[in-house]
Design a protein around this ligand. Structure first.
Ligand code: SAH
Length: 253
């Protein structure tokens, strides 16, 4: 199954969200990662101008969002669902790290729709909501300040889903641009540059072959680190050649 198709099988469920702005932020977080199926369980206020504003270009995700009265309705078609909880609970499904559980979620997505379930901003998920899920995840955080903003938690999980769906190599949006880098310079081209550089350093009195010291070795080390490309060697040699030519303002001495 293609990564995009797998991602489209992941439903994000927000249980009883209080702030419409967070609903918009979640929609945006989802769309940036290629997820589109948003489901709202008893939102306090929706639709709402703040949600639309925070969604920016992901208004389509908001418009298509399903609204239901209970988590059971939201999960009706799901074959696997994961509860997101800022606190570890003593009861409920087994707990896992985000990456490991997301791997399981995507494996299940090959068989049918799956869901990520998020809680209310102040109270989190109720125990009876967590118990309807097959796995639970706590995002590792600073133990003294562990609760993420709802939209941020959605973003993080959606990112993990995208990375897993593309096996860690999700393409970048600008993949089509021509890279600035070019062909590497050959050994002979680089040696030609060193010869030219040494000559200019000698002509200008910067380098005295009678007292070579470690200058040439240091310069080779410097340019060796740079991994010179052919164009770059040509630029450097052009600069060296320019020092040998008369300037526009008259001859150099
Ligand atoms: N005060 C609530 C936190 C609510 S934050 C509580 O203690 O549960 C809103 C939702 O974002 C949470 O219900 C959870 O779904 C998600 N979330 C926030 N921080 C999280 C974390 N560190 N790990 C997993 N989910 C988190």
């Amino acid at each position: 199954m293609k990564p995009e198709a797998l991602l489209s099988r992941i439903r994000v469920v927000l249980c009883r969200p209080s702030h419409p702005g967070n609903i918009g932020a979640a929609a945006r977080a989802m769309k940036t990662m290629g997820l589109h199926d948003l489901c709202l369980v008893a939102p306090r206020q929706f639709p709402d101008a703040e949600a639309t504003a925070r969604a920016t270009g992901a208004v389509d995700v908001l418009e298509r969002a399903q609204q239901v009265d209970s988590l059971a309705e939201a999960l009706q078609a799901s074959v696997f669902s994961v509860a997101l909880s800022a606190r570890q609970r003593d009861l409920g499904p087994r707990l896992g790290a985000p990456r490991a559980v997301v791997a399981e979620l995507l494996a299940c997505a090959a068989n049918g729709p799956v869901a990520l379930v998020f809680g209310n901003e102040s109270s989190g998920l109720a125990n009876e909501e967590i118990m309807q899920c097959q796995a639970a995840v706590t995002i590792p955080t600073n133990p003294e300040f562990s609760s993420l903003n709802l939209g941020a938690a959605v973003q993080l999980l959606c990112y993990e889903c995208r990375m897993t769906a593309f096996a860690g190599a999700a393409p970048l949006p600008d993949a089509g641009v021509t890279p600035l880098g070019g062909e590497p310079a050959s050994h002979a081209e680089i040696e030609g540059f060193y010869t030219h550089l040494t000559q200019i350093m000698q002509d200008t009195g910067f380098y005295n072959p009678q007292q070579p010291g470690r200058l040439l070795a240091k310069l080779r080390r410097l340019f060796g680190r740079a991994g010179l490309e052919r164009d770059e060697v040509n630029i450097l040699r052009g600069i060296l050649s320019a020092t040998q030519k008369p300037t526009r303002h008259g001859r150099q001495d």
